[in-house]
Ligand binder design. Structure first.
Ligand code: GDP
Length: 176
């Protein structure tokens, strides 16, 4: 049966290859995790409903860019249909954190800063002993880039996955 919804948003999930974009999306939409993932070839698309309060249901249109990290190949319409961006880096791979600025800049080549709500996700927080990025520096970067929030997430252990989606969705809802 079709779920009744009052608002509909597009969200895009970005970040370097292997930061865990597909795993994050799969955990959120299917509630599962696989240790070794085959990146999808095309852009994966999922729909998920989210309720803040009994009378507010948001239909999220979620776009995964795994397998298309060469960002310029992603169509403009796909970016322009999104009002939220969840930007992931891998807490255990410092170079993926160093690329956050570039991802952010590239998104803003397609959409106006006023349109897009960003959330920064430090991913794979279960791998604590391998951490290469401190929470404070990630928080500072999120602030500097005017991203609404920074969240540390483990799709493997299901920590903060739905919170990340809820944070960005609430920020969008409050904005419009
Ligand atoms: P993508 O290329 O960004 O879509 O990344 P994938 O979702 O394919 O994940 C890349 C690798 O990281 C896979 O081996 C996943 O099992 C692993 N991975 C994803 N999320 C997590 C996590 O939260 N914790 C751990 N330990 N590994 C993860």
């Amino acid at each position: 049966m079709e779920v009744q919804w009052n608002f509909r948003f597009g969200l895009v999930i970005l970040g370097d290859s292997a930061v865990g974009k597909s795993s994050f999306l799969r955990r959120y939409t299917e509630g599962t995790f696989e240790e070794s993932n085959q990146s999808p070839l095309g852009i994966d698309f999922k729909v998920q409903h989210l309720s803040f309060e009994p009378d507010i249901t948001i239909k999220l249109l979620l776009w995964d860019t795994a397998g298309q990290e060469r960002f310029r190949s992603i169509s403009k319409s796909y970016m322009r249909n999104s009002v939220g961006c969840i930007l992931l880096f891998d807490l255990t791979q410092r170079q993926t954190f160093e690329r956050v600025r570039a991802w952010h800049r590239e998104v803003l080549e397609y959409v106006q800063p006023a349109v897009m709500v960003f959330t920064l996700v430090g991913h794979k927080s279960d791998l604590v002993v391998r951490r290469q990025v401190r929470r404070t520096e990630a928080e500072a970067l999120a602030k500097e880039l005017d991203m609404g929030a920074y969240v540390e997430v483990s799709s493997k252990d299901d920590v903060n996955v739905s919170q990340a989606f809820e944070t960005v969705s609430r920020a969008i809802y409050q904005k419009f």
